[in-house]
Design a protein around this ligand. Sequence first.
Ligand SMILES: *[C@@H]1O[C@H](CO)[C@@H](O)[C@H](O)[C@H]1NC(C)=O
Ligand SMILES: *[C@@H]1O[C@H](CO)[C@@H](O)[C@H](O)[C@H]1NC(C)=O
Ligand SMILES: *[C@@H]1O[C@H](CO)[C@@H](O)[C@H](O)[C@H]1NC(C)=O
Length: 473
Amino acid sequence: MLLSKKQPSSATQWTEKVKYQKHREPYFKFSLNNPQFRYAAFLFVFLSLWFLLQVFWFPPTRATRHQTTAKSSPGKCGGDVSVYVYDLPAEFNFGLLHDCSHLNVYTNMCPHVANNGLGRPLENMDLGSSESSPWFATHQFIAEMIFHARVENHPCRTWDPATANLFYVPFYGGLHVSSKFREQNHTVRDALAVRLVDYLREQPPWRKNNGRDHFIALGRTSWDFMRTDNGPDFGANSLLNSPFVKNMSVLTVERNPWKGSNQHGIPYPSYFHPSTSGQMLTWQRMVRRSNRPHLFSFIGAPRKGVGKAAIRDEMIKQCMESTRCKLLKCENGNPKCYNPSEILKVMRESQFCLQAPGDSFTRRSTFDAILSGCIPVFFSRHTAYTQYAWFLPEEATEYSVYMEEQGDESKIIEEVLMKIPKEEVERMRATVIDMIPRITYAHPNASNSDLGFQDAVDVALQGLARHVRNIIL
Ligand SMILES: *[C@@H]1O[C@H](CO)[C@@H](O)[C@H](O)[C@H]1NC(C)=O
Ligand SMILES: *[C@@H]1O[C@H](CO)[C@@H](O)[C@H](O)[C@H]1NC(C)=O
Ligand SMILES: *[C@@H]1O[C@H](CO)[C@@H](O)[C@H](O)[C@H]1NC(C)=O
């Protein structure tokens, strides 16, 4: 880093010298007969050439920079992972995309499924990096597509089931379930999940271990796949209730903390999908240097109803009453709440980011906050601690603040945060910024020699491989 910064400046010094020399050319011509001047001129030209050679023959230290920051050897598969990807009939994944305008009963998903699920590139992100910008308008429930694209390109992928220790079933279950939320007939709503299970049971690799080395990755919460017979019908199917699927590992952005022993939390995708370690390091440096005038911030909408709504309304009230809080209230379709650069700006200018539970325990916002170097403040253990064990430090106090939701009614968030010593805040923020690579979904087309860090997919595959080794003896 230091070297590549110094070299351009010495190069500019050198070009200034050249200009200076050109101006003095007549003087040199006149005095070339003078041996002392001849010697000095020779020395000058020699040194200049030598200097030139240093600068241009040995170009800036890009290659070595990648090598020194890389944690795994580039292009090689680490962590004893060998993953076989099922070539499923198209109705289970790509086939669903043809009707992308009807994939979600609330929104047109076509822009969101573009670019292998990264979504449309973000224009006007004043966040550096020009040609291949790592910024995309990524939908919060699209992790399954990005995961698929990334595993297809992964150095740990194998085409030979006999050598695999993991079997990936690339079902776009989240996209499918959201297209059937309003389907009243449960048989019809569950039909594709039933067909998937029927398909898998016939596969020879499945039979070998009853599917216990198989996994799926879902971009929506487990609640969408665990319909209960007695509760209200939110539109879920019953994929994860199937005894066959219970033998698999299920990656999901929100696991069921009580009934999800085979479920493992994976990060919600944020907007940053770098292809190189350089892009990652640039962003981490920017976030580290960011001015944070707001002690804390809250981005979110008030919720109608009791329970979860109460804590949100309390937060909005406290934030409005505090001069140290920045509030981005997402009412009446406030466009700022859908603008990634606006969201990241608020978070980059805040020291703490409040993570109130929303419709479920988890929030994409937790990962936007980490990406912005903003220390998350949790009000439920199930917003992160019981969810993302593979991705977060074991010790919650190293990177987050916890406030009991049902705790002291009179507790003032501002007072609690003000009491944390400055050095403690800085230590936590450093930990948060170091966590960014692991919770980031790298660009699926990143060549592994450029990607000098372990991203969310690397971490998930290694976690799965360890898990499967433990359950299959
Ligand atoms: C990745 O590369 C393939 C093949 O060049 C291309 O079709 C695809 O659109 C690329 N994906 C992204 C997200 O850029
Ligand atoms: C639900 O759909 C299935 C298959 O189309 C059909 O056989 C069944 O009668 C339907 N059930 C109801 C209650 O409409
Ligand atoms: C799940 O795996 C166990 C252990 O291999 C096996 O006994 C059981 O039959 C499997 N369940 C199903 C539904 O295949």
